[in-house]
Design a protein around this ligand. Structure first.
Ligand SMILES: Nc1ncnc2c1ncn2[C@@H]1O[C@H](COP(=O)(O)OP(=O)(O)OP(=O)(O)O)[C@@H](O)[C@H]1O
Ligand SMILES: [Mg+2]
Length: 228
């Protein structure tokens, strides 16, 4: 591992287990290294003048607010990179619960926009890629029933329905199979999310280890840097 901590993105359909995996990675970093990751979301409302455009564009998408929404999420992501991700990387890993892939899918499904076009528009404003985008893959039926089983009121009638989720999954699939065309996703790795929670977490941790995105525990102990 080099002198900074990784920026890791977790993506997947609603209910595939992104938050569960994010919390698991958070606890592993804390427990093994005594380092508390920073967790961010796909929008963080740091570009405050863009907040209204984000809410309207997300919940009432139409041809009239499409451009404003695209520009608002680019501004918000840029502010998130500049104010949270980049300054924190020397101190802690940053884990994002959804990032660019989700936006590409939203514009493809809600606005019929080609992923290459959405990517191009976002890429003009963003220069930093995550080290890794983990994509939790699960059949739509299974992810929807997991999403419905959750507590709270997070299911949306215009989004959490079979045909929409299937199209989102197809979009993910199309992007994930051509990672070279989307360098701002970083290294893209698909994880089979049908497995039990602990196996998904272990698989994700193995991916981080293989890519040297976690410090080796031996090095930590020898260097006396293990605060855990
Ligand atoms: N590997 C798994 N096996 C079985 N159930 C799981 C698994 N991972 C998560 N779950 C359960 O599925 C539900 C959805 O998980 P979670 O909230 O992590 O998904 P999510 O991808 O964050 O969803 P959303 O996109 O809506 O935020 C939760 O009840 C969670 O406990
Ligand atoms: Mg979640």
């Amino acid at each position: 591992m080099n002198d900074r901590y990784p920026f890791i993105v977790v993506e997947g359909l609603d209910g595939t287990g992104k938050t569960t995996l994010r919390k698991g990675l958070f606890r592993l970093w804390e427990g093994l290294y005594g380092v508390t990751p920073l967790c961010v979301l796909t929008t963080n409302f740091l570009a405050t003048d863009q907040a209204a455009a984000i809410i309207t564009g997300k919940y009432q998408p139409n041809a009239g607010n499409h451009d404003a929404y695209l520009s608002a999420i680019a501004a918000d992501k840029r502010a998130t990179l500049e104010r949270l991700v980049l300054p924190q990387r020397s101190a802690r890993p940053v884990i994002a619960d959804r990032w660019l892939l989700s936006e590409l899918a939203f514009f493809a499904v809600k606005h019929g926009m080609k992923v290459s076009k959405t990517y191009e528009a976002l890429a003009t404003r963003l220069t930093t890629a995550p080290d890794l985008t983990l994509v939790l893959d699960l059949e739509t039926d299974a992810s929807m029933s997991r999403a419905q089983a959750r507590q709270g009121d997070a299911v949306r009638a215009d989004w959490d329905v079979h045909d929409v989720q299937s199209r989102v999954r197809e979009t993910y699939e199309a992007v994930v199979t051509k990672p070279d065309e989307f360098p701002l996703l970083g290294d893209v790795v698909r994880l089979d999310a049908r497995r039990p929670r602990c196996e998904v977490l272990l698989a994700a941790w193995d991916v981080l280890r293989e890519r040297h995105l976690v410090p080796s525990l031996t090095a930590q102990v020898e260097g006396g840097e293990n605060h855990g």
